[in-house]
Design a protein around this ligand. Structure first.
Ligand SMILES: NC(=O)c1ccc[n+]([C@@H]2O[C@H](COP(=O)([O-])OP(=O)(O)OC[C@H]3O[C@@H](n4cnc5c(N)ncnc54)[C@H](OP(=O)(O)O)[C@@H]3O)[C@@H](O)[C@H]2O)c1
Length: 244
């Protein structure tokens, strides 16, 4: 499929996990992709795998000057931008009674503030036909022990798409939320541990965790004109985890 031929995409957190799988899929479908993240080694390893139609910019989504450098690089090489996948995310567990200010800051600075400025700073480069994909989570609608800050941050992301669909009226730019369930990535390993991952696989109606490529495939759908009448939606790619 060449649904993204000639399109330019930014994927935050594009060096690993879901972002990396989405970047590979976008490139296979014809896009030119900028990935963004804090670890140079991870960015380099991903670029070596992606081939010529990818660039990497090092930085943090919670640092506004880093985001300015990202979009300056996009503007200098491509002029305009068609797709933003705000995928970078942080998640760890602390139960009520043990929550710290640092825990809240890390999660909200990355997942909420980071998503807001990733999108807001992209807008001057975007126009008619643009697609913004925000990353929610099955955790945004369910309750799970110790995940209150993470879940609340993802519930906030869900509302950003509803509100921004209003703010973007008349621009031709769509905005949707992609909400994965348990997916086999570094983040899941760190947040859930081996036992937790097994438990999430067992709780999921499809009886396993997702492969990141299964989430990347839906990101490509939301990025493409195949989803041209979708905005403000949440698309659950969770094996049924949050749907029963
Ligand atoms: N895996 C799951 O089960 C699951 C389920 C639901 C939702 N999600 C969501 O899916 C998204 C991707 O996560 P993943 O599972 O693919 O985990 P991952 O492999 O750990 O990917 C997270 C990516 O985000 C980047 N990142 C983190 N903080 C950043 C920051 N401040 N600035 C820039 N980049 C940052 C990381 O790169 P650096 O560390 O190099 O910056 C990393 O590449 C997240 O939003 C996560 O909440 C995951």
């Amino acid at each position: 499929m060449n649904r993204l031929n000639g399109k330019t995409a930014v994927i935050t957190g594009g060096a690993t996990g879901i972002g990396r799988a989405a970047a590979k899929r976008f490139i296979e479908e014809g896009a030119f992709v900028f990935i963004f993240g804090r670890r140079q080694k991870a960015l380099d390893a991903a670029l070596a795998d992606f081939g010529p139609n990818a660039r990497a910019v090092k930085g943090s989504v919670s640092d506004l000057a880093d985001l300015d450098r990202l979009y300056a690089a996009v503007k200098a090489e491509r002029g305009t931008l068609d797709i933003v996948f705000a995928n970078a995310g942080a998640g760890s567990q602390l139960p009520l009674g043990e929550i710290t200010a640092e825990h809240i800051d890390e999660i909200f600075d990355t997942n909420v503030k980071g998503s807001i400025f990733t999108v807001q700073k992209a807008l001057p480069l975007m126009g008619e036909g643009g697609s913004i994909i925000l990353t929610g989570s099955s955790a945004g609608t369910t309750g799970a022990p110790g995940f209150s800050a993470y879940s609340a941050s993802k519930a906030a992301v869900r509302n950003l798409a509803r509100t921004w669909a209003e703010d973007l009226k008349g621009t031709g730019i769509r905005v949707n939320v992609l909400s994965p369930g348990a997916t086999a990535t570094e983040l899941a390993k760190e947040a859930l541990g081996e036992e937790g991952q097994k438990a999430y696989g067992a709780m999921t109606p499809l009886q396993r965790m997702a492969d990141p490529a299964e989430i990347g495939a839906v990101a490509a759908f939301l990025a493409s004109s195949d989803s041209s009448f979708m905005t403000a939606s949440e698309v659950a790619v969770d094996g049924g985890l949050a749907q029963l």
